[in-house]
Design a protein around this ligand. Structure first.
Ligand SMILES: *[C@@H]1O[C@H](CO)[C@@H](O)[C@H](O)[C@H]1NC(C)=O
Ligand SMILES: *[C@@H]1O[C@H](CO)[C@@H](O)[C@H](O)[C@H]1NC(C)=O
Ligand SMILES: *[C@@H]1O[C@H](CO)[C@@H](O)[C@H](O)[C@H]1NC(C)=O
Ligand SMILES: *[C@@H]1O[C@H](CO)[C@@H](O)[C@H](O)[C@H]1NC(C)=O
Ligand SMILES: *[C@@H]1O[C@H](CO)[C@@H](O)[C@H](O)[C@H]1NC(C)=O
Ligand SMILES: *[C@@H]1O[C@H](CO)[C@@H](O)[C@H](O)[C@H]1NC(C)=O
Length: 517
């Protein structure tokens, strides 16, 4: 088979002059990622090469290239090395759709990142897509640097949050000249507050999307120590917008006198899937007052919650809100910092008081969702934030007793969405349905344990289940490795690489092992 990277020699020579014709000679990555390309890795899995040629990559980082070069000797197994080499740079290689500056302020960098297969920017995905490069992030004012990429994400997310703070995914900024993407699925949605489809791709209110802005902010600040940046554009206004939504979404269903209160957010869609719309004509199931928890209309899978007090997003929100307090203080916003600190603490208190429940088999565990009336969902879903990911989110210590009991429960038959089979054993979720296990959850399993046998077993399952494509899929049939979803899911690829870097710090001996038997 001809490697897809082959370009006519003349085009190769001219490629520096042809950057604007990227679309004309660079193949659509959707078609690249679902087919195999030589040279194959030399191990028994014979994994495809999946990186675009340099001229077709959407961002070049010499730091990432240097790291990839170093890892050719760090990782001994040829298949594991190939999977890492394909997946770690995937966001930079394929998903940085546009970079530029604001029309009203040329100092304000903007970065528009697509999920991969979907031509829109999710708050959650984009924060996580750049998070995979966090270990390489250092302070830099240069306009072509990982730091600039981060600043661009934070600035564009701030704009989105100031425009439509209840929405989860967005259109390209006007400065890019890119057309808005059609979203047929959302075209009949009935949503309050109203939004415009020229700036919003979809408007599912998810608490973790708000937390994602705080996450990318805390990550940038921690790695660079660059506090000044946060005072230069719209960061504190965006945080104010987040706090307003969070406080509004503490509204219960009924007032003290029993009257039904107006919900700040409502959503219905014409659909045959119960997870794509809300009960009670857009209100969702009733939520009690006084829990301290914040409602979330949807989960990070973009499926609707059953009970809106969704515990993992509350964990993530509380954790990153408190990590952002020093930023607010550092830019002289003492009142804002105090408001953030107090909300982060009350959400944490709400989780510990209302989100921890007793179970017959597993003792005290975190519930996935509660309603404050005693209603609870006992399960975990593969997406992040999940219960499994709670220590990764910085919410709880890995050794914590309640977390450990929860972990045991969600990684086994106590979780209605734990998939088992000969191909891969991992948490899945309603988004792709029973039978489909998610590699992302298997990666989080590795990130939340120190048990070497567990890590090696999990790595082996991930490595052996890519259907020779050498990329991380969204989900895989636990009985059929050829049956998977989403060939181009940039975040999951980056997360795999991030996990490998994390193993290098914690368990470097595992990267020297062979996975051939
Ligand atoms: C790969 O994906 C492209 C774009 O979605 C599609 O047209 C093509 O048929 C797929 N090929 C295979 C082998 O699945
Ligand atoms: C990345 O570098 C290659 C040359 O190595 C160049 O052709 C390509 O345009 C660069 N990509 C970007 C987005 O700058
Ligand atoms: C970036 O620029 C600011 C303001 O000019 C300066 O204080 C800071 O030291 C610079 N940071 C780096 C990493 O060069
Ligand atoms: C936005 O909505 C209008 C009216 O429903 C529709 O005609 C248009 O195609 C939509 N645009 C996009 C990008 O979806
Ligand atoms: C980054 O986080 C570490 C660990 O929490 C902390 O010790 C350090 O002070 C932080 N750095 C900055 C600049 O916030
Ligand atoms: C496995 O999945 C592939 C792709 O969906 C399908 O073509 C094949 O028939 C499945 N195999 C079995 C044994 O079901």
């Amino acid at each position: 088979m001809l490697a897809y990277t082959a370009l006519p020699p003349l085009l190769l020579l001219l490629s520096p002059l042809l950057q604007t014709t990227h679309a004309q000679f660079c193949p659509d990555y959707l078609g690249v990622a679902n087919t195999t390309h030589e040279p194959f890795s030399t191990g028994k899995y014979a994994l495809s090469s999946q990186r675009p040629i340099a001229a077709c990559r959407t961002f070049n980082s010499s730091q990432v290239e240097a790291l990839l070069a170093r890892y050719t000797t760090t990782i001994s197994d040829p298949d594991l090395l190939r999977l890492f080499t394909n997946s770690y740079p995937n966001t930079l290689d394929t998903a940085i759709k546009w970079r530029g500056v604001s029309a009203t302020n040329p100092a304000e960098e903007l970065t528009f990142i697509i999920t991969g297969d979907i031509d829109a920017m999710w708050l959650r995905d984009s924060s996580n897509q750049v998070q995979s490069y966090l270990p390489l992030l250092t302070a830099s004012n240069a306009s072509y640097s990982l730091a600039s990429l981060y600043r661009g994400v934070i600035n564009l997310q701030a704009r989105y949050l100031l425009t439509s703070p209840y929405c989860n995914s967005f259109q390209p900024p006007v400065e890019s000249g890119l057309p808005p993407a059609e979203n047929g699925a959302a075209s009949n949605d009935v949503v309050t507050p109203v939004y415009s489809n020229t700036s919003v791709f979809e408007c599912k209110y998810e608490l973790d999307s708000l937390a994602a802005f705080l996450e990318v902010s805390a990550n940038y600040h921690n790695a660079t120590g660059d506090t000044t940046f946060f005072s230069r554009f719209s960061w504190s206004e965006a945080v104010e917008a987040i706090l307003t939504v969070a406080e509004e979404m503490q509204t219960p269903t009924y007032g003290a006198d029993g009257a039904v209160l107006k919900s700040p957010y409502t959503f219905t869609r014409e659909t045959t899937r119960s997870t794509e719309t809300f009960a009670n004509d857009g209100l969702g199931n009733p939520v009690a007052s006084g829990t301290g928890l914040i409602r979330s209309g949807f989960r990070p899978s973009d499926d609707s919650t059953i009970y809106q007090l969704f515990v993992p997003a509350n964990m993530m929100f509380s954790s990153y809100l408190s990590q952002c307090v020093p930023i607010a203080r550092g830019i002289g916003k003492a009142d804002l910092a105090e408001r953030m600190e107090s909300l982060a603490a009350s959400v944490r208190k709400g989780i510990e008081e209302h989100g921890v429940v007793d179970t017959l088999q597993h003792g005290r565990v975190y519930a996935f969702e509660v309603d404050g009336y005693g209603g609870q969902t006992i399960m975990d879903d593969a997406n992040i934030p999940s219960l499994l990911s709670a220590p990764f989110l910085g919410y709880v210590d890995q050794a914590d007793e309640v977390y450990q009991a929860t972990r045991k429960m969600v990684l086994g038959s106590g979780n209605p969405y734990f998939m088992r089979g000969p191909v891969i054993n991992a948490i899945g979720g309603p988004h792709q349905g029973p039978g489909m296990a998610w590699p992302m959850a298997k990666i989080v399993q590795i990130l939340t344990t120190d048990d070497e046998a567990e890590i090696v077993g999990a790595l082996k399952e991930i490595l052996s289940s890519t259907d020779r494509l050498g990329l991380i899929h969204e989900s895989i049939n636990s009985f059929n490795a050829s049956d998977w979803t989403r060939q181009w899911f940039s975040w999951a690829n980056g997360l795999f690489g991030q996990m490998i870097l994390n193993l290098y710090d914690r368990k470097p001996e595992i990267l020297r092992m062979s996975f051939q038997d």
